[in-house]
Design a protein around this ligand. Structure first.
Ligand code: URA
Length: 204
């Protein structure tokens, strides 16, 4: 079965999820969006107000920042990458997701990873970085220490690159952090270019 079909079937399961109480407060489930065949996966924290309204990740103000960098720095469209969150339902009043909610929701991100098997994982902010570091048994310290660094793991019979960066919402509250966020996207771009060059070399 192809990845699109598998993601569609997975989304149908997510849309019925009652594994934690967050489903009672949400308007829409926000499973994920984009191209499941993409080499690159972005992971955020949890849907906000606009995401909850539209059922799509990163479509509010923070989403604008993310979409801008995907377009302007990576020269890609957001429909060319896959975007999801650790938690698929909006926590009330945009509070941070609780440990029990993350634990209950983790099954969905695990299944998304197994289907997409991305080459590059970009974690946006504390929660997704912590989640991915736990998943790959890497030592988590803090997002400010880890951001912009490159981590390599072996999974699905290939080398995977993990790049933690800041949460795009944080660049709205701390304008000076936008520069770090942009820098990290330039690092992602370099990795994409390098992969492309090595991919071409394989066929020469
Ligand atoms: N913040 C997130 O972490 N995810 C979204 O989808 C939107 C805002």
């Amino acid at each position: 079965m192809d990845k699109e079909k598998m993601i569609e079937e997975l989304n149908n399961q997510i849309l019925k999820c009652t594994r934690c109480p967050l489903y009672k407060f949400k308007t829409n489930y926000v499973p994920g969006d984009g191209n499941p065949n993409s080499k690159i996966l972005f992971i955020g924290e949890a849907p906000g107000r606009e995401e909850d309204k539209q059922g799509k990740p990163f479509v509010g103000r923070a989403g604008q920042v993310l979409t801008e960098n995907i377009k302007n720095i990576l020269n890609m469209d957001r429909k060319d990458v896959y975007i999801t969150n650790v938690v698929k339902c909006r926590p009330p009043e945009n509070r941070e997701p609780e440990e029990e909610e993350i634990k209950a929701c983790s099954i969905w991100l695990e299944k998304q990873l197994e289907i997409i098997q991305p080459d590059i994982i970009v974690t946006l902010g504390h929660y997704s970085t912590k989640w991915i570091f736990d998943y790959f048994k890497l030592k988590f310290s803090s997002i400010t220490k880890l951001r912009g660094k490159i981590f390599k793991v072996n999974k699905w019979g290939k080398n995977i690159t993990i790049i933690p960066t800041l949460h795009p919402a944080s660049t709205l509250y701390h304008k000076e952090w936008r520069e770090y966020f942009d820098q990290d996207f330039k690092t992602i771009k370099e990795i994409l270019n390098k992969d492309k060059r090595e991919g071409i070399l394989k066929f020469i």
